[in-house]
Structure formats: structure tokens, C-alpha cells
Ligand binder design. Structure first.
Ligand SMILES: [Zn+2]
Length: 184
């Protein structure tokens, strides 16, 4: 299934999204499950060939499909042989702990909603602990993430507040070095 992605040219996506009412409604469950289906499909070359406008992603937040509710999905393989993967379908995620140590993606972050180029380093916390309801596991989860995993979680959670990765890049000095920050 192809979904229409809201781009950052739409002012609404820069506004905060609403808390999801629990227990999860059938409608909200359907939404988050179709977001996960879509995200996995973006990683399939045959799907991208069929829909050339579709870009590959590792995460997707509900506001990116025009649903302004605090839900997000993350999926990427960590081992191509065993197909081991990081997979989250989070409702009302909250960062409950974080490290003072920072990190950043050396190649810069990307986003399905951003077509423009925004070079620079978006500094993130190196470690985060996230509390949420996982709609696939169907239970409350506490996620301890570090490095790349922590960056993806923070990028997607930011979307729920209307914040983009480039909002975290220093406008005057985009490649500013932060002492002690880890390059990923
Ligand atoms: Zn994004």
C-alpha cells in the first residue's frame, strides 16, 4: 500500500501532535499497522521501482501521513543474514532518561518529509530510555537505546512535537564540533 507523505512545506507538520487515547482504538491500531507496512515496503527495491517518488526510510511518525497523533514506527535490519531487526510501533512514547553524552550522524540525517538539503550535524543524546505502548507487542515497553538506535528514536519522537532534524543544526555553524560527542 502506498501512503501520501506530508512534506515539511506543510505548516501543520511543524505543530505538536495529540496524545493517543488508551486503550488503543481499532482505528488507531489500523493506522499504526499500516504505517509499519508502508515503512517496510519503502525498504523493498521492487516497491520503490513501482512508486519512484517513494524514498527508503527507517522510521515514520503519524504526522508524516497527516495523522496528528503521538504514534511512530521504526524498522531496520541489523543483520542481513539472520534478518534480525529493530522494530517498534510506539504509541505515546516518552523519553524518561537520557545521557549527557551526545552523538550525531556524520553523514547527516534524512527524513521522508524533507526534500531539501540541510547539511550539518544534528546533535542527539547518545543514550535514551523510552517508555511507550508497543502496538505490535501489545504491551507497555521500556526501550534502552544507544548510538544509531537512540538517534532514530529521537528523530521520530521529535516529529510528534513538530521538530525536524534541521531545527537541531546550528544555523551559523552547521558543522560545529561538540567536545565529547560521538560520531556515528
Ligand atoms: Zn523524519
Amino acid at each position: 500500500m502506498n501512503l501520501k507523505i506530508v512534506k515539511d512545506t506543510n505548516p501543520r507538520i511543524h505543530q505538536p501532535s495529540q496524545e493517543v487515547t488508551m486503550p488503543l482504538s481499532q482505528e488507531d491500531r489500523q493506522t499504526i499497522l499500516s504505517m509499519m507496512d508502508y515503512l517496510k515496503e519503502t525498504q523493498d527495491p521492487a516497491f520503490r521501482e513501482k512508486y519512484p517518488a517513494v524514498r527508503e526510510g527507517v522510521g515514520l511518525a503519524a504526522p508524516q501521513i497527516g495523522v496528528y497523533k503521538r504514534m511512530l514506527v521504526i524498522y531496520y535490519e541489523t543483520d542481513p543474514e539472520t534478518h534480525e531487526a529493530v522494530e517498534h510501533a510506539l504509541v505515546n512514547p516518552k523519553i524518561v532518561a537520557n545521557s549527557l553524552k551526545k552523538c550525531y550522524l556524520e553523514a547527516g540525517e534524512g527524513c521522508l518529509s524533507v526534500d531539501g538539503s540541510h547539511p550539518g550535524y544534528a546533535y542527539r543524546d547518545f543514550k535514551v530510555t523510552v517508555k511507550a505502548f508497543d502496538a505490535i507487542k501489545n504491551e507497555d515497553v521500556l526501550i534502552h537505546a544507544r548510538g544509531f538506535d537512540a538517534i532514530v528514536l529521537q528523530h521520530e519522537i521529535d516529529h510528534l512535537s513538530g521538530v525536524f532534524f534541521y531545527d537541531r543544526i546550528d544555523k551559523k555553524d552547521p558543522y560545529k564540533k561538540l567536545p565529547g560527542a560521538v560520531a556515528i
